[in-house]
Design a protein around this ligand. Structure first.
Ligand SMILES: [Zn+2]
Length: 166
């Protein structure tokens, strides 16, 4: 699996990179060129801080997966109508507004705490569509080590490689 870098320009003063199950999101101040050398160096530095990829642990069975989704759906007060597992080329997961949670087959080979992070992240999107402050505050409340899990997850696809050009 590979990943894209999604570029967003915002009213902000600093560069930021968020590593999410939907890909790497690069937040730039208005007018800053994503292809500039400074921005590329910033991305490379962020990726260089990722941990080493972990060996496969799974695969997690359907029963265990459903139990985990069910537990998080109850905790977060979110309804999941359907769980779908399929090959995904550029994301670990997505969650539709109709309640279909789609997970990448490769995700189920990773350790359970990473699968759990992705589920919690995706289900929270039903209440917070973006990765703003509210979203991150809720993640921190439910999974205090979510940022470490996110880096471990991204290490699986990015490793120490150079990202695709944005
Ligand atoms: Zn997300």
């Amino acid at each position: 699996m590979s990943t894209d870098v999604i570029v967003r320009h915002e009213d902000r003063r600093t560069l930021a990179m968020r590593i999410t199950p939907e890909g790497v999101v690069l937040l730039l101040p208005q007018g800053v060129d994503a292809n500039s050398e400074a921005v590329q160096a910033f991305i490379a530095a962020g990726l260089a801080r990722l941990p080493e990829p972990e060996p496969p642990a799974g695969p997690m069975g359907r029963g265990a997966l459903e139990a985990l989704v069910d537990r998080w759906a109850k905790r977060l007060g979110v309804s999941v109508r359907r769980i779908r597992v399929q090959q995904m080329r550029r994301k670990w997961a997505s969650f539709s507004s109709k309640g279909t949670l789609t997970l990448a087959q490769d995700l189920l080979l990773l350790s359970q705490d990473l699968v759990e992070y992705v589920i919690c992240h995706e289900l929270l999107h039903q209440r917070f569509p973006d990765h703003g402050k509210g979203f991150r505050a809720m993640l921190s409340a439910w999974l205090p080590d979510w940022e470490a899990r996110e880096r471990r997850l991204m290490a699986q696809v990015m490793g120490k490689r150079k990202p695709h050009s944005v």
